[in-house]
Design a protein around this ligand. Structure first.
Ligand code: HEM
Length: 566
C-alpha cells in the first residue's frame, strides 16, 4: 500500500488476511483510514492512528452531512416547478391592475373578482403583489393561524411623508411595534375595561341630553360620545362640543389617513420618484394631500399630551397618560422620562383617538340608520330593555348580559355596515404556500371582511338587518359565525381596543333605545335613503349622512332624561 497511500506510510497491519472478504475489508480500512465511517461499521477493530483528531473528523462528517442536506433541499426546490400566484384579473405588464382598482366601494369590486377567480386572488400593482382573501376560511387560515409571518404592515410612501411613523397601527412588525402594543394593551385588555364604565355611562348620558335638547344632527352628537370617552380615558380631558380645537385637528388627521389608504389610489406609493415632483404634476396628487394633512398629524399626537403634562404639575385624575408616564418612570427607575420613553408615551396615548373614535362612531351611525329602517327590530329591543331595566331608570352595565336582543343588534350592526370593509393591510414576511399557490415574501395580504360578512351562505339575505340571526332560544347564539371575529381584524394585529368598543356600543345602544324612538328622515320625494349607497370609501367606511331623528318615547322617558342626564 505504501507507494499509493502515503498517508498510511509506516502503518503496520497487525492482522493477517485470512480470507478474501477479510482482505477486502482491510484494504478498505486502509484506504478510508480510521474515519468514523469505518469505526461505525467495524467498531471492534483496531485502526491505524488518524492524522486528524476525532473532533475534527466528527466536525467534517457533520459538515458533509449538512451540506448534502442543504443541496438536496435546493435541488428539490429547483426541480419543482415554481408554484403559481393565486389567479386574478389580467393586468398591464408595467402598472399591473392599477387602472382597474375602484376607489368608491372597492370591497364590492373585489367580491365580483373573487366570484370569478376564487376566494384567494392576486392582483399586481407596480412592485407589489396583492393577495385578497375573500372567505372566512382563507382569512383565518393565513392571517390568524399563520400570524407569525402575516403580521407585518406594508410601508406606504405617502404615510411616511405625512409623518405617520409614530402610529403603531402602521408600524412594521418588530420590537418597536411590540413595545408600543404591549404598553397599549396594559390599558385596554378585557379586565381593565370595567374601570372605564363610569366614563362610558357619563358620556352616553350626556348624549341623551344633547339629543333631547337639539335633535338635529344626531350623527355628530353620536361622534361626541366616543370622542369624549376616549379623551377622558386617555388624558382626563373634557370636551364641550365637536368644535373643540383638538377634536377638529384629530378628525382632519384621521380623514387624511383614511383618504390616503385607498389601495392603488396614489401613484406616489408605487413610483416614489413622484415625491420629488411638484404637486401639480399628474400622478403627484398625493403630495398635495401630504402638504395639507401633515401639520394635523403631529399635532394630533402632541397637543393633548403636552397640555396634559402641563396640567400634571397640578392635580389630575387617573388617566391612561398619567399611568403610562408613571409606569415608564418606574421601569427606568428615574424621576424623569427619557427621550425614548417620552416618545413611547406620546405614541401610545396619541393613537387611541385616531383608532377608537371614528370606528365606534361609524358603527353607531350604522345602528341608528338600521333602527330607523327596521322598526320591528327597534320595537323588539325596546320591549326587552323595558322588561330588564324597568320604568324608572336608564340601563346600567349590569343589565347588559340580560339584554340578549340588544346584544344581537350590536353584532348585526357591525356586520351589516362594516366599518373597515377591507380591514388593515398585512404583509407577509417570508415566502409561503397555500392551497398550491405561492404567496411571495413582501406581498400585501388582506381580507375582504365586508364580503365575508355578506356571504349569503353564512348570513341569508345579507343586506337585510336582522338581529334574529344571532338569537336562538331567546339567547345570543354564536354558532352562526360571530362577526366580531372578523370586524376587529386578525392574529397578532387584532384590534386591541375591541373590548372597549364593544362595551361602549352596547351601553350606548341600550340607553338610546330605552328613551328614544329612532325615525327615518325621508328624502324630498318621500322615500327613505338607501343606506348602502351613502357610505364613504376609504380605510374607515362610514355613512356620509345619518338621515335619522330621535324623539322621546314618552313624557316619562323625557322626564327620565331630564332627571338623570347632566
Ligand atoms: C367598532 C370599533 C372598532 C373597529 C371595527 C376596529 C377595527 C380594527 C381593525 C380591523 C384593526 C386592524 C386589525 C388588523 O390589522 O388585522 C384595528 C386595529 C387597531 N385598533 Fe381598532 N377597531 C375599533 C375600535 C377601536 C378602539 C375603541 C380602539 C382604542 C381604544 C382601537 C385601537 C386600535 C389600534 C391601536 C389598532 C392597531 C393595532 C396594531 O396594528 O397592532 N380600535 N381595529
Amino acid at each position: 500500500l505504501e507507494p499509493h497511500y502515503p498517508l498510511y506510510q509506516g502503518t503496520k497491519l497487525v492482522t493477517a488476511p485470512t480470507s478474501d472478504l477479510m482482505s477486502r475489508e482491510l484494504s478498505q480500512t486502509a484506504i478510508l483510514g480510521s474515519g468514523p465511517f469505518q469505526r461505525f461499521k467495524y467498531p471492534h477493530r483496531e485502526y491505524p492512528p488518524s492524522p486528524i483528531s476525532h473532533t475534527m473528523e466528527s466536525a467534517l462528517l457533520l459538515t458533509v452531512l449538512f451540506a448534502s442536506f442543504i443541496s438536496l433541499g435546493l435541488l428539490r426546490r429547483w426541480a419543482r416547478p415554481t408554484l403559481p400566484l393565486p389567479p386574478g384579473p389580467q393586468g398591464n405588464p408595467i402598472i399591473g391592475n392599477m387602472l382597474a382598482m375602484s376607489f368608491v366601494t372597492p370591497w364590492k369590486v373585489f367580491r365580483e373578482w373573487s366570484n370569478v377567480y376564487g376566494d384567494i386572488m392576486s392582483l399586481s400593482l407596480p412592485g407589489q403583489t396583492i393577495v385578497v382573501l375573500g372567505s372566512a376560511k382563507s382569512a383565518l387560515d393565513l392571517l390568524e393561524k399563520r400570524s407569525d409571518i402575516y403580521s407585518d404592515r406594508p410601508i406606504s410612501v405617502i404615510h411616511k411623508l405625512m409623518s405617520w411613523e409614530w402610529n403603531f397601527g402602521l408600524m412594521p412588525y418588530g420590537e418597536t411595534w411590540r413595545e408600543h402594543r404591549r404598553e397599549f394593551h396594559q390599558f385596554f385588555h378585557q379586565r381593565k375595561i370595567p374601570q372605564y364604565q363610569p366614563i362610558q355611562l357619563q358620556q352616553t348620558r350626556a348624549f341623551l341630553r344633547r339629543a333631547l335638547d337639539s335633535p338635529n344632527d344626531v350623527g355628530q352628537h353620536v361622534r361626541q360620545i366616543y370622542a369624549g370617552t376616549v379623551l377622558k380615558i386617555i388624558y382626563d380631558k373634557d370636551i364641550v362640543d365637536m368644535t373643540d380645537e383638538y377634536v377638529i385637528c384629530a378628525q382632519e388627521a384621521m380623514h387624511g389617513l383614511s383618504e390616503t389608504s385607498i389601495l392603488g389610489a396614489y401613484w406616489m406609493d408605487y413610483f416614489p420618484i413622484l415625491k420629488y415632483m411638484p404637486g401639480w404634476v399628474p400622478g403627484a396628487l398625493g403630495k398635495k394631500l401630504v402638504e395639507h394633512y401633515k401639520p394635523f398629524i403631529r399635532e394630533m399626537r402632541d397637543k393633548p399630551y403636552d397640555e396634559f403634562q402641563q396640567k400634571e404639575n397640578g392635580s389630575v385624575a387617573a388617566s391612561v397618560a398619567s399611568e403610562v408616564i408613571e409606569r415608564l418612570k418606574q421601569r427606568s427607575g428615574k424621576s424623569e422620562l427619557s427621550l425614548a420613553d417620552d416618545v413611547l408615551a406620546r405614541n401610545v396615548t396619541g393613537i387611541a383617538y385616531g383608532a377608537g373614535a371614528d370606528t365606534t362612531t361609524a358603527a353607531s351611525q350604522a345602528f341608528l340608520i338600521a333602527m330607523s329602517l327596521y322598526p320591528d327590530a327597534q320595537r323588539k329591543a325596546q320591549e326587552e330593555i323595558d322588561r330588564v331595566v324597568g320604568p324608572d331608570r336608564l340601563p346600567e352595565f349590569e343589565d347588559l348580559e340580560n339584554l340578549h336582543y340588544t346584544r344581537a343588534i350590536v353584532l348585526e350592526a357591525i356586520r351589516w355596515m362594516v366599518v373597515l370593509p377591507l380591514g388593515a393591510y398585512h404583509r407577509v414576511t417570508q415566502d409561503d404556500e397555500y392551497r398550491g399557490f405561492r404567496i411571495p415574501k413582501g406581498a400585501t395580504v388582506f381580507s375582504n371582511i365586508w364580503s365575508i360578512l355578506h356571504n349569503p351562505d353564512d348570513y341569508p339575505e345579507p343586506e337585510v338587518f336582522r338581529p334574529e340571526r344571532f338569537i336562538k332560544d331567546g339567547k345570543v347564539d354564536l354558532s352562526i359565525q360571530d362577526p366580531s371575529i372578523f370586524v376587529f381584524g386578525f392574529g397578532r394585529r387584532v384590534c386591541p381596543g375591541r373590548h372597549l368598543a364593544n362595551a361602549s356600543l352596547l351601553i350606548a345602544f341600550a340607553s338610546i333605545l330605552r328613551v328614544f324612538d329612532v325615525n327615518p328622515i325621508m328624502s324630498e320625494d318621500g322615500k327613505t335613503f338607501d343606506p348602502h349607497s351613502m357610505v364613504s370609501a376609504g380605510f374607515v367606511s362610514s355613512p356620509e349622512y345619518v338621515p335619522c331623528s330621535l324623539t322621546p318615547r314618552s313624557k316619562d322617558t323625557q322626564r327620565l332624561i331630564n332627571r338623570t342626564c347632566a
